[in-house]
Design a protein around this ligand. Structure first.
Ligand code: PHE
Length: 452
């Protein structure tokens, strides 16, 4: 295959790693994982989630990076080029197309939640959390949800931030910021964890999250955990593929993947521990749903020494993490437009930005005015988008990528990209070709009612 010579590449391996980690680490770890643990039976969910990361997430992340690096293009044209190279039907390009749409659907709600985070930077900064107790914190959050205008304002700011960076291209802003802000997020999390350890009920939190309770592992738990493994690692929609296409050839895909997966999973679990220690100490409901971190964390910041400053900084770092993820949600679609239509990056960003912004309005209304509007099986607009993307579209995208890389791509090509020793390669092939597809397929059978 002809590799285009003029394609910008990441400065070095760290930059790729931090950018991909920047995509992976986001609201999925800090906002979503903690509340899903509570809604899905605590330790049962955690156990299955970790297994999904190990058995499906890591191999498929390697797959997605290798496809991206080999294709050197956006997911749509990339899949087309890879199909040409493998001499199979060019219809594989629709897999890339599906990923681009999935990314935009996710961004539709991601931006609204990103807006919640931005508003919490503001509340933290003006001292709203000082001395706050559970009921007040819950009331504050509910007041935010009840106000479409406030939600719209912050959602708009978040979209502007995202599209602003996207319009300027991959190499300009992202690289440098990631270097400092991701490590900073880890640091501040340690402070939070320290507080939870001394003031919260860490014992109960550990028990809740890690005491295996096999009885609670239901097919629904497995479905949600698998979906979240995809969401958390940014898999199945081409984000990692696009970043992979900027990765230099000599860098080890396997090692990079493992570092990212460990950092991503650890971060989510640490946030979970910090939160549940507070939940139990303050007698708050563990199954509070999407508002969980917004209801619990202000209590910690409102009481710890220096909490005013630390709380503001914390929400700023979360906003940054969400920001670098949201950029990767739109990047595949933008790259496709720029590489195919005679359209400037800025115009493409504007067009996509407005469409997703409108979708976000429907989402934010589903927390108040349109709460009662149900789309499928009793789910409102936000819940429908979330379920549709995490439990169907991302795993489906991952399944097809695995099948393509495992059964259609020439073996020596995947070997060349992964550049692993025999055993390592065989292990990847086994998990990619057999374990991951069977796991995803089984979960789909359940989802569509074939299996109970
Ligand atoms: N992984 C991101 C997070 O955890 C979300 C995301 C999903 C980003 C899919 C890109 C693609 O917040």
């Amino acid at each position: 295959m002809n590799l285009p010579v003029k394609r910008s590449h990441w400065g070095n391996r760290w930059t790729f790693m931090l950018a991909t980690a920047g995509s992976a680490i986001g609201l999925g770890n800090i906002w979503k994982l903690p509340y899903m643990i509570g809604v899905n039976g605590g330790s049962a969910f955690v156990l299955v989630f970790i297994l999904c990361i190990l058995l499906v997430g890591i191999p498929l992340m390697m797959t997605e990076i290798l496809l991206g690096r080999r294709a050197q293009k956006n997911p749509y044209n990339g899949m087309q080029a890879l199909a040409a190279e493998a001499n199979v039907s060019r219809s594989w390009k629709y897999l890339g197309g599906m990923g681009m749409v999935t990314g935009l659907l996710i961004l539709g709600f991601y931006s609204v939640i990103g807006g919640w985070v931005l508003s919490y930077i503001y509340y933290a900064a003006i001292g709203t959390f000082a001395g706050i107790e559970g009921p007040q914190s819950i009331a504050n959050f509910n007041a935010l949800l009840a106000s479409p205008v406030t939600l719209l304002f912050w959602h708009t700011v978040f979209m502007l931030l995202t599209m602003g960076v996207v319009a300027r291209g991959v190499n300009s802003g992202l690289e440098k910021a990631n270097n400092i802000l991701i490590p900073a997020l880890f640091m501040i999390l340690l402070v939070l964890l320290g507080y939870s350890l001394s003031e919260g009920d860490m014992h109960l939190a550990v028990q809740f999250m890690f005491n295996p309770d096999f009885g609670k592992i239901t097919p629904a738990v497995v479905l949600t955990a698998l979906g979240h493994a995809f969401f958390s690692l940014s898999l199945g929609m081409g984000a990692v593929m696009v970043y992979g296409s900027y990765l230099q050839r000599h860098i080890s895909i396997a090692r990079t993947t493992i570092y990212i997966a460990i950092a991503d999973t650890m971060l989510g679990l640490l946030v979970g521990l910090a939160i549940y220690a507070l939940v139990f100490a303050n007698h708050l409901p563990a199954a509070a749903g999407p508002g969980l971190i917004f209801q619990t964390l202000p209590i910690a910041f409102g009481h710890m020494p220096g909490g005013h400053f630390i709380g503001t900084l914390f929400f700023m770092l979360v906003a940054f993490a969400a920001w670098s993820s949201s950029i990767s949600l739109v990047e595949p679609a933008i790259a496709w437009i720029v590489e195919n239509k005679a359209m400037k990056r800025t115009t493409a960003a504007l067009l996509i930005g407005i469409s997703v912004w409108l979708l976000g309005i429907a989402v934010l209304l589903s927390f108040n005015e349109w709460k009662e509007i149900k789309i499928i099986s009793g789910l409102n607009i936000f819940e429908t988008l979330d379920k549709l993307t995490s439990t169907i579209l991302l795993p489906l995208g991952g399944l097809f990528m695995a099948i393509f890389a495992g059964y259609f791509m020439k073996k020596n090509h995947s070997q060349e990209e992964l550049n692993l020793h025999r055993n390592g390669y065989d292990l990847w092939r086994f998990t990619n070709n057999i374990v991951a597809p069977i796991a995803i397929f089984a979960v789909f059978l359940y989802l569509f009612g074939v299996m109970k």
